[in-house]
Design a protein around this ligand. Sequence first.
Ligand code: TYM
Length: 335
Amino acid sequence: MENSSNQVLFSALQPSGKLTIGNYVGVLSKFNEMQKYFSCVYCIADHHAITVKHNPDELKKNILDMLAIFLACGVDTNKSIIFVQSHVPQHFQLCWILNCYTHFNELVKMTQFKEKSKINKENINSGLLNYPVLMASDILLYNSNFVLVGPDQKQHIELSRKIAKRFNKVYGNIFTVPNRLLLNSGKQIFSLQNPRKKMSKSDQNPKNVIFLLENIKSSLEKLKLACTDSEIPPKIYYDLNKKPGISNLINLLSCITGKSISYIENNFHSETYKNFKSFVSDIVSDFLRNIQNKFFHFRKNEDFLKNILLNGSNKAKEISKITLEKVMISIGSII
Ligand code: TYM
């Protein structure tokens, strides 16, 4: 990696569906900037995506789409490593070992496991249960100092830290204990029609979600219908409890424009909801148009994309092999 910083930042997304503007706010919006401060490792976590039923052709397409989005967000392959998780088998080797240092009780009480089990009643597989252990493996293989995730992944990062410390306690300082990177704009974006629920790729109702690659007209229709509130007279200010719908739009605007929440409150305080939404819509459509233009530029050249993944997995293997070897020696598997 060519960054002068010796601090490593790790982040990953699942190619499990279409990326949302929530993914952008939570992590993608920071991918470019983080390259200034860290050696960045950006992973396409395809084997996390198979913990729910999936279509192989869609997975293939989603992996390349995700890579093109990373590039559209400014990831520079001369500075950062981008790779597909399953192209680096060390992730699964370490995952097995870490499974033996993770307690069943820690996994069953994970909020995401409980939520996904409710939605996928007919397919509560052990991959879903062990999902956070594979995350820990992803992170720990690269000696990551920081992990960039949205708020919903906090519990998983805490578990990764716990696993690393538990292992280190037995075998010495094998793993770097990672920290979750807290960024001001690392906010949660909520569903448009139910702003108490996370905006999610897998939402059954597409009206709740703005997808990064969606038709701009349809995203504007969705914003028009986004939930607000019935305060009289209507006021634009940030209060997640009292005004979750308006606060959600303020967060979105703040992240896309880089303006602070108080700046937005001051500028729009007495605007009607209609005018405010219309402003948000203009900003979102410019943003989508810009990112989609860049996406299509990169996406059309599949050979170029595949080559990036090949180089990325080679670089990722170099690092992960060293960590795995240390682990194997410490547990007594290398004779
Ligand atoms: P995924 O693909 O579900 O989410 C990717 C990232 O997007 C963030 N995110 C959001 N942030 C704000 N508002 C939202 N509505 C929103 N929706 C999603 C998530 O917090 C996440 O950071 N399990 C990870 C993928 C992963 C990973 C890892 C992350 C696999 N291995 C190792 C870090 C380290 C995930 O949630 O993917």
